[in-house]
Write a protein that binds this ligand. Structure first.
Ligand code: GAL
Length: 336
């Protein structure tokens, strides 16, 4: 029988080492206390990213619940930027002209957020960035600026742990040719994303540290996308065939792309591991197509973005840390 197994990360709520960041009392002038409507401008980097869409759904759901419980009307104005920073900048201009009380932005280019910060500061509208982390220099420009995300190293260590645990329990599945080495291919996210490099580095390092012998066959950039990963995997299957024993993917969508290519080629028996626990990723774990995934607590993630935004807009300040790291967990399908 297959049982869905959930192990919480040891590092619940690992927050930045930064001391509690109490925002200045002087911000009260811009506060929105007692307002019966809170208008939140939400900017997404793209509309077709599965993980971001799962997060969006949680945000909308939580906003509805909050509205019902608090009696405060919440207007969530959500715009996606088609992966174009200039489009996102124009969307932020519009949010400002509509007199939004707070902005929540998932930047297209995390290193090019200074003009968004300029606009927010000029209009005195607090800003919550999420998922794509701006530089420390940008984050330190204003005290009404927060970031919500996940700790990329923690994600990677958890992914490495999934592989190491699976190797301990089923070495024959991870090394079917029995040569004593797990031969893997690597699917990486966007090069400009803070998570990609860290996920790759620490996932591989964790697997090796836990005593699993690894050999990298090849790797490529799939930009988080299922179709790009599928094309890469198709190529690698042609090149290496069943020599590939493991697909290490920076996210679930690319892991699913690898599975698509395996299905087209009629190849089974390659272990695949992802990150995100998106709905389709989770389904693949349940069906035994993926050995596991790492889940950011998406409900908690969305709640934190929302609560921080509303707190900043209503009180003008928040007692939360400037950086908030959501908790993560391992999800695996375990044979009993
Ligand atoms: C990552 C996530 C990816 C993709 C990316 C977008 O955290 O794992 O699947 O959604 O964010 O910035």
């Amino acid at each position: 029988m297959r049982e869905f197994c959930i192990r919480w990360s040891k590092r619940f709520f690992i927050c930045s080492a930064a001391v509690l960041f109490l925002f200045c009392a002087g911000c009260g002038s811009a506060a929105n206390r007692g307002k019966s409507t809170v208008r939140i401008g939400v900017g997404l980097y793209r509309s077709d990213d599965t993980f971001i869409n799962n997060l969006r759904r949680e945000l909308e759901q939580y906003a509805k619940e909050y509205e019902q419980e608090s009696g405060t009307k919440i207007v969530l104005d959500i715009q996606a930027a088609k992966g174009n920073q200039s489009v996102q900048n124009r969307q932020v201009d519009r949010f400002v002209s509509l007199d939004c009380d707070v902005l929540c932005v998932n930047p297209v280019d995390r290193m090019a957020v200074s003009s968004i910060i300029d606009k927010a500061m000029a209009a005195d509208i607090p800003l919550v960035f999420f998922n794509r982390q701006p530089s420390t220099e940008d984050m330190n420009r204003w005290d009404r600026l927060c970031y919500v995300g996940v700790d990329a190293k923690e994600t990677a260590v958890l992914q490495g742990q999934i592989v190491a645990d699976h190797y301990r329990e089923h070495p024959e599945q991870l090394d079917p040719n029995g040569d004593g080495v797990v031969s893997y291919v690597l699917l990486e996210g966007e090069t400009s994303h803070q998570d990609s490099l860290i996920r790759t580095e620490w996932s591989v390092k964790t697997i090796l540290d836990k005593g699993v012998p690894l050999e990298r066959l090849t790797g490529g950039i799939g930009n988080w996308e299922r179709s790009q990963a599928s094309a890469l995997m198709e190529q690698w299957l042609g090149q290496y065939g069943k020599k590939i024993e493991l697909v290490l993917s920076n996210n679930d969508d690319m892991a699913l792309g690898a599975l698509d290519a395996m299905e087209r080629a009629g190849i089974t028996g390659i272990c695949v591991v992802g990150i995100d626990a998106t709905d389709p990723g989770l389904a693949a774990v349940r069906e035994g197509k993926m050995i596991g995934t790492v889940s950011a607590d998406k409900a908690g993630y969305a709640k934190t973005i929302f609560d921080t935004a509303v707190e900043l807009s209503e009180k003008g300040s928040t007692a939360k840390e400037k950086y908030y790291w959501c908790r993560q967990e391992i999800l695996t399908g375990v044979e009993n």
